[in-house]
Design a protein around this ligand. Structure first.
Ligand SMILES: [Zn+2]
Length: 255
């Protein structure tokens, strides 16, 4: 039974991964996410049922459109595999609950933010603003504090902490991070609440710092050149969603 559910969430994740691919193509280009349905971006041909099966269709078609032969970006495949794997992992760690359902919604949002910021260097308001409201509204069902008011204030102060901290970093670094990063940190705070937001931010900053150092050492990036920070914040947020309270307990145990 357990294995059956793991497979179910893996397949569900693969389907949503292909939806995230569509969002990541269309939202930055200001295209409708409703019409047309699934089409080849190069020739506009509508995809058949077999071509809509995530992961397998990419492998069988060898990453090309069946009609025009245009290359489908490899990102399409790795987003499907990553989303599928994370859905299964979330199920295993969180277990069947309202928290799981809400976590999976946030997970999809964070993967979409990750992909668009990595490719385009953009954190879109059209995603961030509605998701901020959603996170505050869902906090009584998602966060673990006692009572509706406690959860709403945890979400609110988490959001304020993320937003405030990144606003300070933005000012101190004179625009070394983007304005979108400030809003994204605020959104993550609304999702994770207070004090879990600090787990997300700390993880994001450590990973971002390591990646920046690695890129600079390998000569792929010069000092002063900006690097999208959203992907690191997204990984930090997912870490906080899965292990936030354990990491917090561990840290408080050290202090
Ligand atoms: Zn095509």
């Amino acid at each position: 039974m357990f294995t059956g559910w793991v497979i179910f969430f893996f397949v569900l994740g693969a389907e949503l991964g292909s939806f995230i691919n569509m969002l990541s193509d269309r939202l930055p280009a200001n295209k409708s996410i409703v019409t047309p349905g699934s089409v080849c971006d190069a020739c506009g041909k509508r995809l058949g049922a077999a071509e809509l099966i995530p992961v397998f269709s990419y492998i069988f078609l060898k990453g090309r459109c069946r009609s025009c032969g245009a290359k489908i970006p490899a990102r399409a495949l790795w987003v499907e595999i990553a989303t599928a794997s994370l859905f299964a992992i979330f199920y295993v760690i969180i277990g069947p609950s309202a928290e799981l359902a809400i976590s999976l919604v946030y997970l999809c949002v964070f993967i979409t933010l990750f992909v668009i910021d990595l490719e385009k260097g953009l954190i879109l308001n059209v995603i961030i603003y509605p998701c901020m409201l959603l996170a505050l509204a869902l906090s009584p069902l998602y966060l673990q504090a006692d009572g509706i008011l406690a959860n709403l204030s945890s979400s609110f102060f988490g959001g304020l902490s993320g937003f405030g901290l990144f606003l300070l970093i933005y000012i101190a670094s004179r625009g070394g991070i983007g304005e979108g990063d400030i809003k994204m940190a605020g959104f993550i705070g609304l999702v994770c609440g207070f004090p879990n937001i600090f787990v997300a931010i700390f993880t994001g900053i450590v990973l971002g710092g390591l990646a920046a150092a690695a890129l600079m050492l390998s000569g792929k990036r010069r000092k002063g050149q900006t690097m999208p920070f959203g992907p690191f914040l997204a990984v930090g947020a997912v870490t906080a969603m899965l292990f936030g309270s354990q990491i917090m307990d561990w840290y408080l145990g050290l202090a």
